[in-house]
Design a protein around this ligand. Structure first.
Ligand code: KG4
Ligand code: ZN
Length: 348
């Protein structure tokens, strides 16, 4: 770092079906471009090979436009970050390799960022920032994690899902209701016109206080549909009631477990992050929950809930400040090792 000059951090995200490039000036977002691969809808889910190809086509032009939009030249970039995992290996390789190439040619430090850590700290992209210690619920397509975060470098995992992730449950139920992929936004929309108390879908009771399970509620929806609509035709009003009741079951489960953690750990803020944090009902319930415990609730704006490179660059900046940089031999990874986060603390 030269004196107190702010650093220009470049972030590249390509773990799934969004190619995103951001430039931060220290903590501040100068630009955050997101290009979504909408064509996966045609296939009912993300097709890894097509995802890699699409990232490959767009990565160079999107980096160029980010640099131009930030009124910078490529030489002005100080630190280069990219998502290293978890995600689709072929997709990750595109952003990661591009970032490493830039790092090598510009002779600037490279940092491979954990995508989930990007989500965890995405609340810090907002004007009202969370305060440590904070309780964070990550709800995305592939992950459901409840975490106690003491500071930028100390993250404790309280609990996770024993089967499907919250977003995955939205996507699977959406598919069986005929809404398609991605499911969350469509179920949320349909739920607006339904009665959430019309059908009682059960929430799995688990012995572990912070573990989640969503495959049961998904199966309950499937059984309900098979039993009541054996011809496969579901009238719109029933679709809306199913969506609303399913959404309520899922949101209630997320809120209940988070409340148990709030009772157990004294925290200064609550944060809800990840793609599913775009869900209106979940956002409202989290705001109510935090209000009851008299702490601020920080939920990123929609462009920072789904996959974005601003959160990757921000996390890269945290690591850089803490003296962590990676070698150019850093490899992409598909999933997070079990021992990646610190273990649950018995006392707060
Ligand atoms: O974080 P994200 O963009 O990608 C991953 O890292 O997985 O999360 C994607 C997930 C998908 O499962 C999608 O259905 C869900 O977020 N999602 C939503 C909403 N918008 C996106 N789920 C519920 N309500 C929404 N409005
Ligand atoms: Zn994500």
């Amino acid at each position: 770092m030269t004196g107190s000059r702010k650093l220009n951090i470049l972030g590249i995200e390509s773990s799934c079906d969004e190619t995103s490039v951001a430039i931060l000036s220290n903590n501040d977002v100068k630009v955050n471009l997101i290009s979504s691969q909408h064509f996966h809808k045609l296939y009912g889910g993300v097709v890894p090979e097509l995802s890699s190809r699409a990232h490959l086509q767009i990565v160079k032009p999107i980096v160029e436009s980010a640099i131009e939009s930030a009124n910078l030249k490529i030489e002005d970039i100080d630190v280069i970050t990219a998502t290293a995992g978890p995600g689709l290996i072929g997709a990750l390789l595109v952003g990661l390799t591009f970032a490493k190439g830039l790092s090598y040619s510009l002779d600037k430090p490279f940092i491979g960022v954990n995508h989930i850590e990007g989500h965890i700290f995405s609340g810090f992209l907002m004007e009202n920032k969370p305060e440590f210690p904070m309780l964070v619920l990550v709800v995305s397509g592939g992950h459901t994690l409840l975490l106690h975060v003491e500071n930028e470098m100390k993250i404790f995992l309280l609990g996770t899902t024993v089967d499907d992730a919250a977003g995955e449950a939205f996507d699977k139920v959406s598919k069986l209701l005929g809404f398609g992929y991605p499911g969350g936004p469509q179920i949320g929309k349909s739920a607006l016109n339904g009665d959430e108390n019309s059908i009682r879908f059960p929430i799995a009771e688990l012995r572990d206080e912070f573990s989640f399970s969503f495959s049961g509620v998904k199966t309950a929806v499937l059984r309900f549909v098979q039993k009541n609509f054996s011809d496969g035709k579901i009238p719109d009003s029933d679709l809306n009631n199913i969506s609303a009741s399913f959404q309520k079951a899922l949101v209630d489960a997320l809120v209940q477990k988070t409340e148990v953690a709030l009772r157990k750990f004294k925290v200064k803020s609550l944060s809800l992050v990840g793609g599913v944090a775009a869900n209106t009902k979940l956002r409202n319930e989290f705001n109510n929950l935090a209000e009851r415990y008299n702490i601020p609730c920080i939920i990123p704006s929609l462009s920072y809930c789904g996959d974005n490179a601003a959160m990757i660059a921000l996390r890269g900046f945290h690591l850089y400040k803490n003296g962590i940089i990676d070698s150019l031999s850093a490899k992409p990874f598909a999933s997070i090792p079990d021992d990646h986060f610190l273990k649950i603390k018995s006392e707060s």
